[in-house]
Write a protein that binds this ligand. Structure first.
Ligand code: BG6
Length: 608
């Protein structure tokens, strides 16, 4: 979704806004704009395209200002254009707004305002807010924003500036993320802390219906209902250099190579080898409930959904829980059998995905216990859940999720281990699983060392326009994830398929021009996968296999093989998916795609 940044202080605002927009560009990148107050005038520059084009434009028109706001867009209403780019203004451009979210009743408001003579210059939902604030303005900007927003339905992260208020700006939040950065005689606003990590690590998380008035040395939080709120700043654990490329060509490649560390961070202090168990502090307060739980519903979207699918197999193996895995955008409209006592686990990298949050609200209405597995500290999901686990994976900036996916899978195994040890899992089994988990960082490093080999395999396959990804049991969700990675960043058509399902339809597509990637690590389904590969070979299909080291048999069937180290059957798929991440990355490189900002995608979708 869109990225918003705001600055008020004693430094030149423009460079800070542009740096913030660059860091938030993974949220949306079809147009961008900024507004500043210079010598009492509210000035804006906006244009279609990436932030770099805005930088070039501003080089020709340097502003002298210490207050400003910026926006990078992922279009929802109105095509990417200068007129639809943010900031949006009222008629005489004395009021400007940047917005992330959707004003659901904008049509009605627009008609009411037009009937009263307001003129609109864009197709966006956001512009109504600027006119509404003008309509309510009687000298107090904060009050005007409050009165305007009381007429609005929908979601927003919003920043407002007024030409007659050069030393303050107002921000509001409902449903879309907004954080406040507290600096030294300066204040910052952003959709994500990554935007201002270099300037401060002290943040205030805004809650739904918060209205904050910012001045260089103070922030005042009220609610839409005019209640004053005192909220202290918190220190965040992320370091500024974590959002740097650190010599890598793309954030996605950097994050792929960070996985031995992110897995180590996910495991750190959470495994008790001597007892063969995991300890997840964030679940302590609901442990008694979890011990008695019978029914677990996992809900998520995109790559996080595939982590949920993988987890079902592991939970069924290690616990006696009845596990369901739901696509959030479907679950919220289904009559699910969630009832009091049901445990609902939301999985999300960003913690801001609107569909997952809405599905969890729905589950909460039905009396479920809400848990979260989230990477972004302080995100909405971490605050609507009773308990949860953080990935501690650091910022993930590449739009296609990689390091947080494998971290999610490892943590889900730890949760299953914890719950399993309360039931039938013996300490010896637990110890084996702890040892297997602790081998993951090294095993992933072993796959990463094959990056050049994977690159040359990708070079020989990148010209194909269709791929099938096959896997059974624990490898099936990895096949889906591998196909998604290829689709997301190289735009190649790829289908993930349960290997046993192939002969019931997918196999019709197989020929010399439709290669298959087979996840065939050694487990109880190996022989079955091998026969599926035989079926493809006999139809002339080319195959890449992800196999377990020492497996010579597979060389008779597959054209290309990437080996991963042996481990417990349900842990081998984690390093295996790293090979698929690299394969997708190098195919996209071959096709000269925009890896970190693939077309039409955004890192976290904060609107339905
Ligand atoms: C999409 C991202 O917008 O949202 C995917 O492009 C991601 O990478 C999906 O998997 C779900 O996001 P999250 O933050 O809820 O895990």
């Amino acid at each position: 979704m869109c990225g918003i940044v705001g600055y008020i202080g004693n430094k030149h605002a423009v460079p800070i806004l542009l740096e913030g927009l660059h860091r938030l560009e993974y949220r949306g990148y079809d147009s961008a704009g900024i507004a500043v107050i210079e010598r009492g005038e509210l000035c804006r520059v906006r244009m279609p395209g990436k932030v770099n084009s805005l930088v070039a434009q501003l080089a020709e028109r340097p502003f002298e200002s210490t207050i400003g706001m910026g926006h990078t867009r992922w279009a929802t209403h109105g095509k990417p254009s200068e007129a639809n780019a943010h900031p949006h203004a009222n008629g005489d451009e004395t009021i400007m707004v940047v917005h992330n979210g959707i004003i659901e009743n904008y049509q009605t408001l627009r008609e009411q305002l037009s009937a009263r003579g307001y003129r609109f210059s864009s197709e966006t939902d956001t512009e109504v807010v600027a006119h509404l604030i003008e309509d309510e303005y009687t000298g107090d900007l904060t009050q005007a924003v409050k009165r305007a927003l009381r007429k609005v339905t929908g979601t927003y992260g919003l920043v407002v500036m007024h030409a007659q208020h050069p030393r303050e700006m107002v921000a509001a939040r409902r449903g879309s993320p907004m954080v406040l950065g507290v600096g030294d005689h300066e204040m910052l606003l952003a959709s994500d802390v990554a935007a201002f990590l270099r300037l401060t690590d002290r943040v205030v998380y805004l809650e739904d219906d918060d209205i904050v008035t910012l001045r260089a040395d103070e922030y005042v939080i009220d609610t839409l209902a005019d209640k004053h709120v005192e909220r202290e700043a918190e220190r965040i654990e992320w370091q500024a250099d974590e959002v740097e490329l650190n010599g890598f060509r793309h954030y996605m490649l950097k994050e792929i190579h960070e996985q031995p560390d992110t897995i180590t961070n996910a495991l750190r202090g959470r495994l008790i080898a001597s007892e063969g168990i995991a300890h997840l502090g964030g679940l302590d307060k609901v442990l008694n409930h979890l011990k008695e739980a019978q029914h677990l519903v996992i809900v998520s979207c995109g790559t996080s959904y595939y982590a949920g699918l993988y987890a079902r197999y592991v939970f069924e193996r290690l616990t006696d829980l009845v596990v369901e895995v739901e696509i959030a955008s479907e679950m919220r409209y289904r009559k699910t059998n969630i009832r009091p006592g049901t445990v609902v686990l939301g999985i999300s990298q960003s913690g801001e995905t609107a569909d997952t949050i809405a599905a969890m609200h729905e589950a909460s209405r039905k009396g479920a216990l809400l848990l979260g597995l989230v990477n972004v500290v302080g995100s909405t999901m971490s605050r609507i859940t009773e308990a949860g686990v953080y990935n501690h994976g650091g910022p993930e900036i590449g739009v296609a999720s990689t390091k947080i996916f494998t971290s999610q899978c490892a943590i889900l195994v730890m949760i299953a281990l914890l719950l399993g040890r309360f039931k039938h899992l013996a300490v010896t089994d637990g110890m084996e699983i702890v040892a297997g988990l602790e081998r993951l960082p090294t095993h992933i490093s072993t796959v990463l060392k094959q990056a050049d080999a994977i690159r040359s395999i990708a070079a020989s396959y990148a010209q194909y326009d269709n791929f099938l990804f096959l896997g059974r049991k624990y490898n099936y969700p990895m096949a889906l994830e591998g196909a998604l990675k290829l689709k997301e960043i190289s735009y190649i058509h790829a289908e993930g398929c349960a290997a046993g399902e192939m002969k019931h339809g997918f196999i019709a597509m197989i020929d010399q021009r439709f290669p298959t990637v087979c996840l065939a690590t050694k487990d109880m389904t190996y022989d079955k996968v091998l026969s599926n590969m035989q079926e493809i070979k006999s139809r002339g299909g080319k195959m890449i296999a992800i196999a377990t080291e020492g497996d010579e048999e597979i060389a008779e069937v597959a054209d290309d093989i990437i080996y991963t180290p042996p481990n417990l059957d349900f842990l081998q798929p984690i390093p295996a998916v790293v090979a698929l991440q690299l394969f997708a990355y190098y195919c996209a490189i071959e096709r000269d795609c925009d890896i970190d900002q693939p077309r039409n995608l955004a890192k976290s979708v904060t609107v339905e």
